[in-house]
Design a protein around this ligand. Structure first.
Ligand code: P6P
Length: 343
């Protein structure tokens, strides 16, 4: 018998602090946990069960889908469509909103997710993850449309991720701090191992895809160049760089030891009419809620990500998140640059 707190027990104990809780949310979260266990199992088996490689299809983003992208998306849909807790779902892998099949009751929550983030890492056996966000369905809406999902990140009732790494973990927040759970493969349960996760305000570690540097805006270039100048430069101390190309893994490292993660908008994206690489509803918003709940900051460089009023289901935004004092410095550089340009 294990002696740790299971994620199910933790969620139910959290529910007790919520007035007139009906158990719907708790049950929905448990279905999300089940989906992540099934995805973890598929990811861990990799080449043994022929789930690697390309699906020979593209998603709405024009990105080649991996077989596991589609498998993971289907796992999420099948685990959550029947329960009567969800009114509709949306995902990186589906162009439109997924309506709950007519044979199942509808619920009061909207579930939006990136079923397998960082999937370009799958074939080279590097950590990947699942990101999810839970919103309330607007009152009286029977058949939610994309419009009903367009809520600012501040309206999320829950945000979390599963990280399929050396161990499989789940990290989640319901607005009352951030807690991490490790999958005990022997009993198939996520056990509380990282209570009350908190991000150090300062860091000497940044994560950015530096190969895009020549396309960045001036303030981002300034921030990174100063980090690279290290102890001989204006920062007066050396920095370390990491880039895993899997946002879930980067965010988890930052939650564990601090750091700053950046995926800025650049001139290549702007030439295509895009405002960033990462998607607001199912990457930036859930990760921002987690980061803020752990004492960090999450910004586009010019505004708090969780204040953005979404305009599209697959809207992209620039992301700068992590240790508060470093994110604030990057914001200051952006605002100063804008003021100089406006002068
Ligand atoms: P690049 C994965 O595709 C993702 O959405 C994030 O998880 C990750 O941080 C980023 O894109 C990686 O982007 O341009 O380095 O492949």
């Amino acid at each position: 018998m294990h002696n740790g707190t299971t994620i199910t027990q933790f969620i139910i104990e959290e529910q007790r602090h919520i007035d007139n809780a009906t158990g719907d949310f708790t049950s929905l979260l448990n279905d999300v946990v089940t989906a992540c266990k099934v995805i973890s199992n598929a990811v861990n088996h990799g080449a043994l069960i022929d789930v690697l490689g390309s699906a020979e299809s593209e998603n709405i983003q024009g990105e080649t889908q991996k077989k596991l992208d589609i498998i993971s998306n289907d796992i999420f849909l099948k685990s959550n469509e029947w329960s009567g807790h969800v009114a509709a779902m949306a995902s990186e892998e589906m162009e439109d909103v997924y309506q709950i099949p007519s044979q199942y009751p509808r619920g009061k929550y909207l579930l939006v997710f990136d079923p397998l983030d960082g999937s370009s890492n799958i074939d080279v056996n590097v950590s990947v993850g699942t990101i999810f966000s839970i919103l309330r369905c607007p009152e009286g809406i029977e058949n939610p449309t994309a419009e009903d999902f367009l809520q600012p990140g501040s309206k999320q009732v829950c945000a979390g991720y599963a990280l399929y790494g050396p161990s499989s973990m789940m990290v989640l927040t319901t607005g009352n701090g951030v807690n991490g759970f490790t999958l005990d493969q022997n009993i198939g349960e996520f056990i509380l191992t990282h209570g009350a996760m908190s991000i150090p305000e300062d860091t000497q570690e940044f994560a950015v895809n530096a190969s895009n540097m020549r396309f960045w805006e001036a303030p981002l270039k300034r921030y990174i160049e100063e980090c690279l100048a290290g102890s001989e430069g204006p920062r007066g101390r050396d920095f370390n760089m990491r880039w895993i190309a899997s946002m879930v893994a980067e965010v988890h490292r930052i939650l564990t030891r601090g750091g700053v993660f950046m995926y800025p908008v650049d001139s290549k994206m702007k030439a295509k009419g895009l405002e960033g690489k990462l998607r607001l509803l199912y990457e930036a918003n859930p990760m921002s809620m987690i980061i803020e709940q752990a004492g960090g900051m999450s910004s586009t460089g010019r505004e708090r990500i969780m204040d953005i009023e979404p305009s599209d289901l697959h809207q992209r935004v620039p992301v700068i998140l992590g240790s508060r004092n470093e994110v604030q410095r990057a914001i200051d550089y952006h605002l100063r640059d804008d003021a100089e340009s406006a002068a």
